[in-house]
Design a protein around this ligand. Structure first.
Ligand SMILES: Nc1nc2c(ncn2[C@@H]2O[C@H](COP(=O)(O)OP(=O)(O)OP(=O)(O)O)[C@@H](O)[C@H]2O)c(=O)[nH]1
Ligand SMILES: [Mg+2]
Length: 449
């Protein structure tokens, strides 16, 4: 394919030792060659590095190294040159301006990766994994994204597509060369059981995706409780820093305080909240409204109780408010007493102030959200919400196909549903995907990627 030549800085803005400016496209070598002094780049071999200067009509702009990659053995599968300049925004901007003056165009966000995808170097799941790698904050996120880059999801989806195609082939063959007495026998004996089996496979994949999603996106966790039970203390002791103000005055925290925290490999997106109580204070009341909203939106609620005192009506209200949520009850201030015991409810006793019991809490979070049996090199987990939604869509189409089988609809109706399932799977890898989706997906990337 022929594309214009694009340029962008791949390293972050600010002062650093070096910048790397990437140029990709058919004219990459000739454009850079025009502003490079030190070697004839157009005659240079692929996968070599040249030392020289970037100049503007003979005036030296910077001393650089250029890395040369000829198509198709490059990130974009096009001719690519990476110019390593000295650090600083000024130099990078000057070099980019020169490249644009000589025929390159500033790249859009994610355009290099988009080209890698369009040129068939990566499928969509592999392209998406690159942003996950860049954004990873835990080793587990990184491992998951690396497996996706390696093509694990790509292969998983290809395999599922083959199975769908196999069923479609069964129908086609029988339409052309009927070997069963009637079509009903074909659907009952051959088609329906195969669809059913595939639905079971998808169910398993979706179940395991819960763990993948938790690893990739973390858990939105809100710390709630009545005032003064030690919510902010708990946040601080988990983070090991004095992020939130702690005092013995009830109503200390008034707004939501957010922080991210790597808890045994799972990213907790923690929110400390204003203690819930009846109050005439306008600011505090707004804080409490925000707390209630945060509870609604959270995937995990840490409800903090005060073990140095008996359960109050306010605690009971909070127990009730959170009962339909995935929650962990925390008995804080265990150093001062152990007064609360709830029937049929497990309380994890901790002392936020003295750092006691936090490891048990971490273990509990992991056991609630992570299936340890499916973590590791040998498992392929879906984790991206877009992929999961498409697998759900595939499952729905398979259900429709099954219903069509059972209601003795013409066999080509079954085939339509199966084809929909096949298309939905293809949208995951980008085999069947709209231009709009591609544009939106890559816009989320950063410039230079
Ligand atoms: N002894 C003891 N005191 C604690 C413990 N955790 C917190 N405290 C104390 O309890 C008081 C209230 O702590 P905070 O963390 O501010 O409580 P909070 O729930 O955030 O309070 P609000 O923001 O007002 O809702 C402070 O004086 C803390 O030092 C604990 O485990 N043991
Ligand atoms: Mg607080």
């Amino acid at each position: 394919m022929i594309y214009d030549t694009i340029v962008a800085k791949t390293t972050a803005d600010g002062i650093s030792a070096i910048n790397i400016i990437r140029v990709s496209g058919d004219d990459a070598f000739s454009i850079v060659n025009r502003i490079f002094q030190g070697a004839n780049l157009e005659a240079a071999k692929s996968h070599t590095i040249k030392y020289g200067y970037i100049h503007d009509n003979g005036a030296i702009v910077d001393e650089v190294m250029v890395f040369l990659y000829r198509a198709p053995k490059s990130f974009t599968a096009e001719d690519v040159i990476e110019i390593s300049t000295h650090g600083g925004n000024l130099i990078a901007n000057e070099v980019i301006k020169l490249l644009i003056k000589n025929g390159a165009r500033l790249a859009e966000n994610g355009e290099f990766t988009k080209r890698a995808y369009l040129n068939g170097r990566l499928d969509l799941t592999e392209a998406e994994s690159i942003m996950d790698i860049v954004n990873a904050k835990t080793k587990e996120q990184l491992a998951l994204a690396n497996r996706q880059l390696r093509g694990d999801i790509h292969r998983m989806i290809d395999h599922l597509q083959e199975q769908v195609l196999g069923i479609i082939a069964n129908i086609e063959v029988n339409i052309d060369y009927p070997e069963y007495d009637d079509i009903e026998q074909l659907t009952d004996v051959v088609i329906a059981p195969k669809i059913q089996e595939l639905i079971l496979d998808l169910n398993q994949i979706l179940k395991e995706a819960n763990t993948g999603q938790v690893i990739r996106d973390g858990i939105k966790t809100v710390i709630v409780g009545k005032p003064n039970v030690g919510k902010s203390s708990l946040l601080n002791s988990l983070l090991k820093e004095d992020k939130a103000i702690v005092t013995d005055i009830s109503g200390t925290t008034r707004d939501l305080i957010e922080a991210e925290f790597n808890l045994n490999g799972i990213l907790l997106k923690l929110i400390d909240t204003a203690g819930i109580r009846d109050t005439d204070d306008v600011v505090e009341r707004i804080g409490i409204e925000r707390t209630i909203k945060a509870v609604e939106q959270a995937s995990l609620v840490l409800l903090v109780l005060d073990q140095s005192n008996h359960l109050t009506d306010l605690d009971k209200t909070l127990l009730d408010l959170t009962k339909s949520k995935t929650r962990i009850l925390i008995g804080n201030k265990i150093d001062l007493g152990n007064k609360i015991n709830l029937e049929n409810e497990n309380i994890i006793n901790v002392s936020a102030k003295h750092n006691v019991g936090l490891d048990v809490l971490a273990q509990e979070v992991r056991s609630l959200f992570v299936n340890e049996n499916i973590i590791g090199e040998n498992y392929t987990l879906l984790s991206n919400t877009r992929h999961i939604a498409k697998v759900e869509e595939t499952k729905q189409s398979l259900h429709d196909a099954l219903t069509a089988c059972k209601s003795s609809l013409p066999i080509d109706m079954v085939e339509i549903d199966l084809r929909n399932a096949w298309v939905a799977l293809g949208e995951i890898t980008g085999q069947s995907t709209s231009d709009d989706l591609i544009a939106t997906l890559f816009q989320k990337f950063c410039l230079g990627k």
